[in-house]
Ligand binder design. Structure first.
Ligand SMILES: [Zn+2]
Length: 204
């Protein structure tokens, strides 16, 4: 049994603050930014790292870092928006959490082998509490996912690549109608563009 030679940690939070690649502006509804945010945050919930590929039938949402009630002028501001699963979005509700573009969650949180999230500092403790990241059902889900992925990597390399790879239908941001874009150079860095250039990693 050979398995795949390269695997990645499915639950490792970024160790650098996220650098936004896109800067669309002018949509009247914040939900319209979703394809940009999917690409921006690599098709994962920024809070729990659940991947769209793992849950294609789930509802995926646009979340506001500074809650809508607190800053009406930022409701449709791209830099205030992130991609989140519906579950995290609901739990976060109108709480304020650190902006992943300013605070690297990987410096605040680590996921243990048993699926529990270990806070590394005060901010990490707040994230765990406010997003209820260590609720038993979430911990069980992470530990089960890790076991399944390890087994797949060993026994079914193609299956592993599918589960840890990019979605098949990547959004082509270049064709989206948008009023303005403060970071147009990001289009060439989109995952769709990378696939066209044959530069898309097999897994991430
Ligand atoms: Zn989530």
């Amino acid at each position: 049994m050979e398995g795949v030679t390269t695997t990645v940690d499915p639950f490792s939070y970024p160790v650098q603050p996220h650098r936004r690649r896109h800067g669309p502006a002018g949509y009247p509804k914040y939900q319209q930014y979703r394809p940009w945010l999917e690409d921006e945050f690599t098709f994962r919930c920024v809070y729990c790292l659940k991947r769209m590929v793992w849950a294609p039938t789930d509802v995926w949402t646009v979340d506001h870092i500074i809650p809508q009630d607190e800053a009406k002028d930022l409701v449709c501001d791209y830099d205030n928006l992130v991609l989140a699963c519906q579950c995290c979005n609901r739990i976060k509700s109108n709480k304020r959490v650190p902006d992943p573009c300013r605070t690297a969650y990987g410096k605040c949180l680590r996921v243990g082998a048993d699926g529990a999230i270990i806070p590394l500092n005060k901010l990490g403790g707040r994230l765990v509490r406010d997003l209820r990241l260590n609720e038993p059902r979430f911990q069980r889900w992470r530990s089960q996912r890790m076991r399944e992925l390890r087994a797949l990597a060993l026994c079914d390399p193609n299956g592993y690549e599918q589960v840890m790879g990019f979605p098949k239908d990547l959004p082509d941001l270049a064709v989206l109608k948008v009023k303005s874009n403060s970071r147009p150079e990001g289009l060439a860095e989109s995952w769709f563009a990378k696939r066209q250039q044959d530069e898309l990693p097999k897994i991430y």
